[in-house]
Design a protein around this ligand. Sequence first.
Ligand code: NAD
Length: 331
Amino acid sequence: MKILVLPGDGIGPEITAATLTVLDRANALFKLELQWQHEEIGLPALKKEGTTLPARVLEAARSSEGVILGPLSTYEYPPRDRGGINPSAEFRTQLDLYANIRPAKSRLGVGLTGKPVDLVIYRENTEGFYADRNMYSGSGRIARRAFEAAMSRRRKVTAIHKANVFRISDGLWLREVRKVAQDFPRVQLEEVIVDAMAALLLRDPMRFDVIVAENMYGDILSDEASELSGGLGLGGSINAGDEYCVAQAQHGSAPDIAGKDRANPTSLILSAAMLLEWIAARRGKSALAAAAKKIDDAVDATLKNPATRTADLGGKIGTREFAEAVTAKLG
Ligand code: NAD
């Protein structure tokens, strides 16, 4: 099974190398038969090929079982007509990755406010409030994925909106969510206005289990949830459709610490584990699901020990050493 690996910019190459250290061990232990295909995108590709996303890379993504995508310094990219394509946005639209799934779990014991967090945000990825994604009818796809997920969690979905102001756009969103909810009578639906949600998340994070949100609200709230759970470097994330899946850390390219062996690779490692789980469900391969669970447990155990934490969590070890610690826990 071919997995396309795209390290990206800033801390991307370091956290991607760390992720592959962990995956290589899982690959051998669980006999997963994963093979890596490496390609360059982002600023290094712009320098060599005049574009941040060479056309062959998109084709390689289409012929892969999954993609591991490092963060990108998109803020530094030139305009599109000078080669600055945002690979992340391009993948989402071209591969129809309509669901951005972002769990937030307090893995250090407690979260930032001393309260535990265990939730997952289902963020609409290809439609929504952004000006280039307008529509007049909804598909309800992201709501369906959220309700399905809720069936194997605490059976509650919180839908985020601001229909009190955006009556037409967020009104459409709520109508679609309510329509899907009718197919899941055993799941409770709660509707919360986005500004109140920002406060309620801080006050009582365990009130929330599955959160479904349109693109921009989901983007902002998932950073808040991730930080609440312990730090921005902790949350895994996949961009998934019905055919393709891209594992991508929740955070950006952190240029301030790039090349210093200081980045926390947890987010990309957990994203890669989520990708394995996604492939396992699609292909019915239980070894991939077992490997994903083992990686998740190994990350948990590594983070629980203050001696094996990176600088962002008050620890002393670097990116490479953290990856080795997780790998050692795999056995
Ligand atoms: P950022 O997430 O890169 O960094 C915010 C802060 O968190 C920084 O202090 C950084 O050092 C820290 N941080 C982030 N990830 C970390 C990690 N794994 N370990 C330790 N510390 C970590 O956000 P930003 O500074 O606003 O953006 C930097 C660049 O990233 C910009 O060019 C932006 O466009 C891009 N960006 C890309 C993505 C993506 O590729 N998905 C997402 C967000 C931002």
